[in-house]
Design a protein around this ligand. Structure first.
Ligand SMILES: [Zn+2]
Length: 236
C-alpha cells in the first residue's frame, strides 16, 4: 500500500468535510429558513395593513376638515335666515341650508364608513400580531439554535483546517501540488477508489497490469480520468 496515497485519501476526506462545513456556515438551515419565511410573510402582511390604515386615516382627516368647514357654513346660513327681509330671501336661505345639510350628512357617512374600515383593518392587524407571538418564539428558538450551531461549526472548520495542514506537511511537495491540481479539475475528487476492478471516479476498468502495480504500492493514475487510484488494503 502506498503510504502517500493513503495520506492523500485522508486529506481528501478532510477537505470534503471542510467544504461541507463551510457551505453550512453560509447557508440558512432549512429548519430556520422555513420559520423565517413564515415570519417575513406575517410581517409583510402587517406592513400592508398598516399602510392601508395610514392611507384611510389621512382620508378621514381630510373629510373631517371638510366637515368642519361645512358645519361652519351651515351656522352662517342659519344666522342669515334670521335676517331675511322677504319670502324670496327666506326660500333662498333654506335652499342653501338644505344643500349644506345634505353635504354634511354625506361627509358624516363617509367618515363613519372610513372609521369602520379602519377598525376592521386594525382588528386584522391585531389578530395577526397576537397569532404571531408563537411564531416569533419559534423564530427566536430556531435562530438561536442556528447561531449556536455556527459556533460548533466554526470550531469544526478550524479543527479540519489544522488536520489538513498536518496531513499536507507529511506529503512530498510535488505530490501535494499534483493532488490539488486534480482536486480542482475533477470536482474535488483527486483520489478515486478502485471498486470491482474499476475506477470509482469514472468507471473506467483498471487493467490487470495496473492493478498489479497498485498492489505493489506504486502511485498510479486512472487511464480514464487521471485521478490517483486508491486500492483499499483488505483487512489482514
Ligand atoms: Zn477514473
Amino acid at each position: 500500500m502506498n503510504q502517500d496515497v493513503e495520506k492523500l485519501w485522508e486529506l481528501q476526506t478532510v477537505l470534503s468535510q471542510l467544504g461541507d462545513r463551510e457551505k453550512q456556515l453560509t447557508d440558512k438551515p432549512e429548519s430556520f429558513a422555513a420559520v423565517d419565511r413564515e415570519w417575513q410573510d406575517v410581517n409583510a402582511a402587517m406592513e400592508r395593513l398598516q399602510a392601508q390604515i395610514e392611507q384611510l386615516s389621512r382620508e378621514r382627516r381630510r373629510v373631517d376638515g371638510e366637515l368642519t368647514d361645512q358645519q361652519e357654513l351651515l351656522k352662517k346660513y342659519q344666522g342669515q335666515l334670521m335676517q331675511v327681509k322677504n319670502q324670496q330671501q327666506y326660500a333662498a336661505a333654506w335652499k342653501e341650508i338644505d344643500a349644506t345639510r345634505k353635504h354634511v350628512k354625506e361627509l358624516e357617512d363617509s367618515t363613519l364608513k372610513t372609521m369602520t374600515e379602519i377598525d376592521a383593518l386594525q382588528k386584522q392587524n391585531d389578530d395577526l400580531a397576537a397569532g404571531s407571538a408563537d411564531l416569533k418564539s419559534r423564530w427566536d428558538a430556531e435562530h438561536a439554535a442556528w447561531q449556536h450551531s455556527l459556533v460548533d461549526l466554526r470550531g469544526e472548520v478550524e479543527t479540519l483546517k489544522a488536520r489538513a495542514v498536518t496531513i499536507e506537511s507529511t506529503v512530498p511537495e510535488r505530490l501535494r501540488r499534483e493532488f490539488h491540481r486534480i482536486f480542482k479539475q475533477r470536482q474535488n475528487v483527486a483520489i478515486a477508489h478502485v471498486v470491482a476492478d474499476s475506477c470509482n471516479g469514472c468507471r473506467t476498468r483498471v487493467r490487470p497490469a495496473v492493478l498489479q502495480q497498485l498492489k505493489r504500492g506504486d502511485l498510479v493514475h486512472c487511464e480514464g480520468c487521471s485521478r490517483i487510484l486508491y486500492l483499499e488494503t483488505p483487512p489482514s
